[in-house]
Ligand binder design. Structure first.
Ligand code: PEP
Length: 253
């Protein structure tokens, strides 16, 4: 059975006090969330340690939003895998569309980052997805296939145990526009098919594929009910404890 996951990507939001308030709100409602759903939160670097300490006794996992590909060295402003591991972080989001478009991270660089994370026994939430222009030109499948091929398809089979995918159509991120449940299912099935063709169906069936792009309480249930959708990577709606928890509960109903 694939893991069902709801992960909150808080981006560059929440100072320490705001984050603690958000975490308290989530913690207070944890008893309502079935243990078949894994919850993850991705605070900014400066809040990772505090989040880890606050959530220590809970099943909520604290994950990082990014990391550098090198082990250490003269990379002012960057954070290494070992630094993340040192405070207990086991999972990192890589390839988010904001990293790709604003910080010019391409598939080649992301491939290196994935390798570094795996070398450090970390789990990766790897984001893929097309921009609006590609969707309008009906090139979304080519784009996603290329992202998979260039960043992930040189990995050995066993590495896939530590990969979670997040399909995030860029035109749906922070825009209020959501892919329809059918569009999400179609792409998730396509992704699974590509993995099955490159590797095998056991690996394809075992990998969790999250959907991301304006997921909110009102649409989560329909999106999560699709056969190949295993949860969500949530931005805006994860910044309020109630809506984040409500999204996690969408699996239950
Ligand atoms: C995201 O940033 O990964 C995301 C999906 O954001 P939002 O939910 O706000 O669209």
């Amino acid at each position: 059975m694939r893991k069902k996951i709801v992960a909150g990507n808080w981006k560059m939001n929440c100072d320490l006090g705001e984050m603690q308030e958000l975490l308290t709100g989530i913690k207070n409602q944890l008893k309502n969330i079935p243990d078949t759903v894994s919850l993850m939160v991705a605070p900014a670097y400066t809040n990772l340690y505090a989040a880890f300490e606050t959530l220590k006794e809970t099943p909520v996992e604290v994950v990082a939003q990014n990391m550098h590909q090198e082990k250490n060295g003269a990379f002012t402003g960057e954070i290494s895998a070992a630094m993340l591991k040192g405070i207990g972080v086991q999972t990192v989001i890589l390839g988010h569309s904001e990293r790709r478009s604003i910080f010019n991270e391409n598939n080649q660089l992301l491939k290196e980052k994935v390798q570094t994370a795996l070398d450090n026994n970390m789990q990766v939430i790897f984001c893929i997805g097309e921009e609006l222009e590609s969707r309008e030109e009906n090139k979304q499948f080519n784009v996603v296939k290329q992202q998979l091929e260039e960043a992930l398809f040189t990995l050995p089979e066993k590495a896939w145990q530590n990969i979670i995918l997040a399909y995030e159509p860029v035109w749906a991120i922070g825009t209020g526009k959501t892919a329809s449940p059918e569009q999400a299912q179609e792409m998730h099935a396509f992704i699974r098919e590509q993995i099955a063709e490159k590797y095998n169906s056991e690996i394809a069936d075992a990998v969790s594929i999250l959907y991301g792009g304006s997921v909110k309480p009102a649409n989560a249930k329909e999106i999560f009910s699709q056969t190949d959708v295993d949860g969500g990577l949530v931005g805006g709606a994860a910044l309020k404890a109630d809506s984040f928890v409500e999204i996690a509960l969408a699996f239950q109903n």
